[in-house]
Write a protein that binds this ligand. Structure first.
Ligand code: T4K
Length: 411
């Protein structure tokens, strides 16, 4: 190689010193978050809030909540949508309305709310392993976890990718247990061409600020079962049936009017939100295609998806870096990549103390918890940002040995 070619190649080669872990200024002056809210038309939202104030009706099954429920049910194609203050309370109410007791099978690879919604009512969450390819409950493992105390299974449509619904339905039916779904990530996603929301006894959506579609805080139970819907509606409002009559134990799970106003406004922009997520996902896919060991999780092109999560699995053997090292590199650049759902529900309290040996039956969960990293997306991110984030990852992996050495020195 001539001196000139060597210089040319060195100039093209990604430079270690380009990274903030070596003391350079971070690539981004402001933090990039996973979960930055998408906001639709401000004018429409403020108009609705003005209407709400003019009406002086702020909560308790108001007109915006009713309209929101109707629109969501129509959108998904289910008979009932019962809107609530958040998905966690929606799960708690659904679990109680279905009469679950004893043990309920759930993945450990989920947000802690799925497990807490059971334990909160002294039902034991039995943590079950997932399929490493789909990141959702593995029906073969579910079958093994069923005992005489099992009353239900909660499947989680992780990242908006549907569980093996057919497999779980078959088991639930044969073993005579209830099946419901935590669909917190899955609004606008489909399973075999049908939108998620109408499967199992019921499904629970989240409209939290960090979801691609938000109502500030919010959630909903969706079901095609008329009597279950009626019971859930009553439980959401203390069990009141008329002004002075209570017929169930209930709680306060109501969605406020201002949240419904935001939800209705978000619904008007849902196509734009999905388009932007889709564009970011395609850009990340191209940008990371040649980076060894950083594998972007694919969405099934045959199904509808909301593309709200950019999920990477880091394979240390191929990338030369662990997921945690890569997260450190990104954090130094102000890219706040997240390690959902590290360390797994079974490693968090109180479950860690209750079930100290749970990890022995959760090998795939344990492995995934060490590999998964989420990158920022949504309307706060533009194409240039995505390409810079990919470039940082590319440099870090190309220069893995130098990165490792630097991190070892500074951490
Ligand atoms: N089931 C599953 C499978 C779930 O993933 C969730 C929630 C639930 C059930 C329960 O749903 P909800 O009861 O929340 O409706 C976030 C969300 O809080 C949580 O809703 C979500 N899943 C989970 C996956 O992510 P954190 O603790 O990581 O959020 P946090 O506060 O760190 O926010 C993430 C980032 O978003 C922050 O770094 C900054 C940014 N952010 C956040 C908010 C709220 C903003 O920029 N603006 C904001 O307003 O849990």
């Amino acid at each position: 190689m001539t001196g000139e070619t060597a210089m040319f190649e060195a100039a093209l080669k990604p430079q270690l010193q380009d990274l903030a872990i070596f003391g350079r200024a971070p690539a981004f002056a402001e933090a990039l978050h996973v979960g930055r809210p998408n906001v639709g038309s401000r004018e429409r939202l403020l108009e609705r809030i003005n209407d709400m104030l003019d009406r002086n009706w702020l909560t308790n099954d108001g007109p915006f909540v009713r309209e929101f429920e109707k629109r969501i049910a129509q959108f998904v194609g289910v008979r009932h949508c019962i809107a609530m203050c958040n998905a966690t309370v929606s799960l708690e109410i659904a679990i109680r309305a279905l009469g679950l007791t004893g043990e309920v099978i759930v993945p450990s690879f989920t947000f802690i709310a799925t497990a807490h919604a059971l334990q909160w009512q002294e039902i034991t969450p039995v943590f079950c392993d997932i399929d490493s390819k789909t990141h959702t409950l593995d029906p073969a493992q579910v079958e093994k976890m069923i005992t005489p105390r099992t009353t239900g299974i909660i499947g989680v449509h992780t990242w908006g990718r549907a569980c093996d619904i057919d497999g779980l339905e078959e088991i639930a039916h044969r073993r005579n247990v209830q099946l419901l779904f935590d669909a917190a990530h899955a609004f606008g996603c489909s399973y075999r061409d049908r939108l998620i929301g109408g499967f199992g006894s019921c499904e629970v959506l989240s409209f939290h600020a960090t979801k691609f579609f938000n109502s500030f805080e919010g959630g909903a139970v969706l079901t095609n079962d008329d009597s279950l819907a009626e019971k859930i509606r009553l439980m959401r409002n203390f069990g009141f049936h008329g002004y002075d009559r209570v017929i169930y134990i209930g709680t306060n799970g109501k969605m406020t009017e201002v949240c419904a106003a935001m939800g209705l406004t978000s619904l008007e922009s849902i196509e734009t939100f999905v388009e932007i997520n889709r564009r970011n996902y395609d850009d990340y896919r191209r940008g990371l295609a040649d980076v060894p060991g950083v594998n972007l999780l694919a969405y099934d092109e045959r199904e509808q998806s909301n593309y709200q999560y950019i999920v990477c699995e880091v394979d240390e053997a191929a990338a030369g870096l662990t997921r945690d090292e890569l997260v450190q590199v990104l954090t130094a650049e102000n890219v706040l990549a997240r390690r959902y759902f590290f360390p797994g529900c079974h490693q968090m309290e109180p479950y860690r103390s209750y079930f100290p040996h749970a990890h022995l039956v959760l090998p795939e969960t344990e492995k995934l918890c060490r590999r998964v990293m989420l990158l920022p997306t949504g309307t706060a991110i533009n194409r240039d940002t995505v390409s810079q984030v990919c470039r940082i990852i590319g440099i870090a992996v190309a220069q893995a040995a130098g990165v490792k050495a630097q991190l070892a020195k500074t951490h």
